[in-house]
Design a protein around this ligand. Structure first.
Ligand code: DC
Length: 219
C-alpha cells in the first residue's frame, strides 16, 4: 500500500513514540513525531522571550523558524541539534503551554501534513482527528497512569518517591489538559483501534500495532 498513513494517538507516556518508531522501521515509513514540533517551537519561542499568548510576535517568529531532522530523526533547530533540550522536563512544561495557542497548532498541523506527504507513522494527540482524518489506520494507545509514571521516571532517571509522586500528578494534570483542547482534544474516535499497553513490553506493544497494520495492508 503506497503512502500508507497510520496515526497513533494516546496520553503522555502511553508509548506512542516508541511504538511509532518501531512500526516506522518495520514498514520503512517515516516517523512523524508531532510532539517534537510542539517541543521545538516552545523551546525556540521561550528562548526568544515570546509569551505563549503574544500572537503577533509568535507569527513574526514562526515566519523565520526552521526545524528539520537529522538521519537519526533528531531535531535540528536551524542547524543545531537540540534533541536533549527539547526533551527536558522543563521544556515539556513549555511545550504543554505553547501547544494551547491555536496559531502554533495551525503551524504544527501544516508541518505534520507536509512531512506525511509520502505516508508515515504519525504520533500525537490529535493525529487521527485533526491532522490526518483520512488516515488508513488510527490507533489509540492507552495505559494505566501508574505504569505511565514508572515509564517516565525511568526515562528521566528519577528514583526518589516524592519526585515520582510529583511526576504522577503532572501526568494526571496533562491528561486533563490534553482532554480540553477543543477540536484537538485527545479522545478515542469511533474508528480508532484501542490498544491497552499496560503490562506490555516494548516489543509486544510494537507487535500489537504492527499486526493491525499488516491486517489492513492485506485487504
Ligand atoms: O508527545 P510529547 O510528550 O512529546 O508532547 C509534548 C507536548 O506537546 C505535550 O504537552 C502535548 C503537546 N502536543 C500536542 O498538544 N499535540 C500533539 N499532537 C503533540 C504534542
Amino acid at each position: 500500500m503506497n503512502n500508507l498513513v497510520i496515526t497513533i494517538d494516546g496520553p503522555s507516556g502511553s508509548g506512542k513514540g516508541t511504538t511509532a518508531r518501531g512500526i516506522s522501521k518495520k514498514l520503512s515509513l517515516p516517523h512523524v513525531d508531532s510532539g517534537s514540533i510542539y517541543r521545538t517551537v516552545a523551546y525556540y519561542l521561550h528562548g526568544r522571550d515570546v509569551s505563549a499568548s503574544d500572537d503577533e510576535k509568535i507569527m513574526q517568529e514562526l515566519n523565520g523558524f526552521k526545524m528539520s531532522y537529522d538521519t537519526n530523526n533528531e531535531v535540528l533547530l536551524f542547524d543545531t541539534n537540540v534533541e536533549k533540550h527539547i526533551r527536558s522536563r522543563e521544556n515539556s512544561k513549555y511545550a504543554f503551554e505553547y501547544s494551547r495557542n491555536p496559531l502554533i497548532r495551525e503551524f504544527a498541523t501544516k508541518m505534520q501534513r507536509e512531512l506525511l506527504q509520502n505516508g508515515g507513522i504519525l504520533d500525537g494527540r490529535d493525529a487521527g482527528s485533526v491532522v490526518a482524518p483520512d488516515a488508513d489506520l488510527k490507533i489509540y494507545l492507552d495505559c494505566d497512569v501508574d505504569e505511565r509514571t514508572r515509564r517516565r521516571a525511568k526515562q528521566h532517571d528519577i528514583t526518589d518517591a516524592e519526585e515520582i509522586a510529583v511526576l504522577r500528578r503532572e501526568i494526571i494534570e496533562r491528561d486533563k489538559a490534553d482532554s480540553d483542547k477543543g477540536a484537538a482534544s485527545l479522545h478515542i474516535l469511533p474508528e480508532s483501534v484501542v490498544v491497552d499497553t499496560t503490562g506490555m513490553s516494548v516489543d509486544e506493544q510494537i507487535d500489537a500495532v504492527y499486526q493491525k497494520a499488516l491486517a489492513l495492508m492485506k485487504i
